[in-house]
Design a protein around this ligand. Structure first.
Ligand code: HOZ
Length: 430
C-alpha cells in the first residue's frame, strides 16, 4: 500500500484544518498511522488518492446502504442540482420525503428536516423540554447523539476514543441537566426518574447503540423504557440516526415493536448528502415553530439536492425489501466466517450483530454496555485496523464504532473480508 499523496495532503491539511480532518475519528488517532484521503468510490469499493482500493465496511458511517455511486441516486442528485442547489424556500421534494418517511416509520406523524444528526438531536431535546416544561434528560453512557452540549457527557464514538467524553466548553449548568445511566440497566433509569420526580423531560437512546461498537438492547429493556416514560409523562426519543432505514424500513422501532414519541434521523435519509430530521407525535411536533413556540430554523433545511437524494434512496428501500434480507445475510456470513476463524484459533473475542450492523470486540466479555465495551484491547484493534488497510479492507478507525454493510458487498468481498481476519489471527499466533 503506497500512501504518498495521502501523506502529503494530510501534512497540508494540518496547517489549515484542526488536526487535519473535519471530524476527529478520521484522524486515525485511535488506531495509529495517518489518515487515507479518498478520491472516489463505487459499489463496495473506495479508491484513495494513491491508487489503492479498499472494500468499504463503513459506507460513510451508514448512509451508503446501497453502496457507492448508485446510479438512481446520482441521477436524482444531478437533476436537483440543475434545478438549483438551494432555494431557501419550500419545494416539492420536502413534502414528498416527509410523506415517505411518515409512511415508512408510522410513529413519525410529522417531521422537520435539518442538516445533520447533531441538529436533529439538539432540536428534539429542546422540543421535549419546551413541551414538558421540564429541564432534565437521561442519556446512556457510551451513546453518542452528535456534539450538542447536552450530549457530550459520557459520550461514545470519537469523544470516547479521543479521551473527551465530557468535553471542555460544556458548562456545568448544561451538564447537570444530563443524567446518565448504563445502557441495558432499566433499574438505574427507574432510580434516576424516582430521584428526579417530575423533572425529566426526555429519555434519549440509540435503541441499538452504534457508537460504542454495536451494542444490542437486552430483552425487555426498550419495552421497559417505554412503559416508564408512559407512567411518568416522559418523552421517549429514539436516536435512529444510525438504525433508521438500516435495520429495516421502519428502523429499530419496527424491529423491536416499540414506538418512541420522537425519533431523530440522519445519514441514510440523505443518501450521502448532509441531512438530518426529527419527527414523531403530531401533538409534540406541533409545538415546533412556526406552528408552536419552540424555535428551530435553518437556511439549508430541506435542501432540494439532499431531499432528492434521500427520496431516491428511501423509495428504493421501500420498494425493495429484499435489500434488507440480503444485507443481513451478507453480515451473517461475515459473522459466521469470523466465528469459525476464532474457533479454529481457540480465541474468544466477542461479536455483536443485528441486521447489517456488526462489531468485533477484542474482549472475551459479553458486550452489553460502555463498561463492558471498554474492556476491549484497543491497541489490538488498532493493529487489526492497520492490517485490514494493508490488505484492502477499510474498517471504522476506532473500536467504539459499528461497521455498516452495504448492498454492494457480494460473495467475493465477503470471502476476502474473512480471509484477512484469518490471516491476521494466523500472523499473531506466529
Ligand atoms: N461520529 C461519527 C460516527 N459515529 C463519525 C463521523 C466521521 O468521522 O465522519
Amino acid at each position: 500500500m503506497n500512501i504518498t499523496t495521502s501523506k502529503e495532503l494530510f501534512e497540508r491539511a494540518q496547517d489549515y484544518i484542526p488536526g487535519g480532518v473535519n471530524s476527529p475519528v478520521r484522524a486515525f488517532k485511535a488506531v495509529g498511522g495517518d489518515p487515507i484521503f479518498f478520491a472516489k468510490a463505487e459499489g463496495a469499493y473506495m479508491y484513495d488518492e494513491d491508487g489503492n482500493s479498499y472494500i468499504d465496511l463503513i459506507n460513510s458511517w451508514g448512509p451508503m446502504i446501497l453502496g457507492h455511486a448508485n446510479k438512481k441516486i446520482e441521477e436524482a442528485i444531478f437533476k436537483a442540482v440543475i434545478g438549483s442547489p438551494s432555494f431557501g424556500a419550500p419545494s416539492r421534494m420536502e413534502v414528498e420525503l416527509a410523506e415517505l418517511i411518515s409512511e415508512m416509520v408510522p410513529s413519525i406523524e410529522k417531521v422537520r428536516m435539518v442538516n445533520s444528526g447533531t441538529e436533529a438531536t439538539m432540536s428534539a431535546i429542546r422540543l421535549a423540554r419546551g413541551f414538558t416544561k421540564r429541564d432534565k434528560v437521561i442519556k446512556f453512557e457510551g451513546c453518542y447523539h452528535g456534539h450538542g452540549d447536552s450530549f457530550l457527557i459520557a459520550a461514545g464514538s470519537g469523544a470516547a476514543t479521543m479521551g473527551t467524553p465530557n468535553s471542555p466548553g460544556v458548562t456545568e449548568g448544561t451538564a447537570k441537566d444530563t443524567l446518565l445511566a448504563p445502557f441495558n440497566d432499566l433499574e438505574k433509569v427507574k432510580e434516576l426518574v424516582a430521584a428526579n420526580n417530575g423533572q425529566i423531560a426526555a429519555i434519549i437512546i440509540e435503541p441499538v447503540a452504534g457508537n460504542m461498537g454495536c451494542v444490542l438492547p437486552e430483552a425487555g429493556f426498550i419495552e421497559g423504557l417505554r412503559a416508564l416514560c408512559d407512567e411518568e409523562d416522559i418523552i421517549l426519543i429514539f436516536d435512529e440516526v444510525m438504525t433508521g432505514f438500516r435495520l429495516g424500513k421502519g428502523g429499530a422501532q419496527e424491529v423491536f415493536g416499540v414506538k418512541p414519541d420522537l425519533t431523530t434521523l440522519g445519514k441514510i435519509i440523505g443518501a450521502g448528502m448532509p441531512v438530518g430530521a426529527y419527527g414523531g407525535r403530531k401533538d409534540i411536533m406541533d409545538f415546533v415553530s412556526p406552528q408552536g413556540p419552540v424555535y428551530q430554523a435553518g437556511t439549508l433545511s430541506g435542501n432540494p439536492v439532499a431531499m432528492a437524494a434521500g427520496y431516491a434512496q428511501l423509495s428504493y428501500l421501500n420498494d425493495h425489501p429484499e435489500v434488507y434480507e440480503q444485507i443481513e445475510k451478507t453480515t451473517k456470513k461475515i459473522l459466521a466466517g469470523y466465528q469459525k476463524a476464532l474457533k479454529k484459533h481457540k480465541l474468544n473475542y466477542t461479536m455483536n450483530q443485528i441486521g447489517s450492523m456488526i462489531s468485533l470486540f477484542f474482549t472475551d466479555k459479553k458486550v452489553i454496555d460502555f463498561e463492558t465495551a471498554k474492556t476491549c484491547d484497543t491497541k489490538l484493534f488498532g493493529e487489526y485496523f492497520r492490517f485490514n488497510l494493508e490488505n484492502g479492507v477499510y474498517l471504522p478507525p476506532a473500536q467504539f464504532e459499528s461497521w455498516f454493510i452495504s448492498y454492494s458487498i457480494g460473495e467475493e468481498e465477503v470471502k476476502k473480508i474473512i480471509q484477512v481476519f484469518e490471516d491476521f489471527l494466523k500472523q499473531r499466533q506466529g
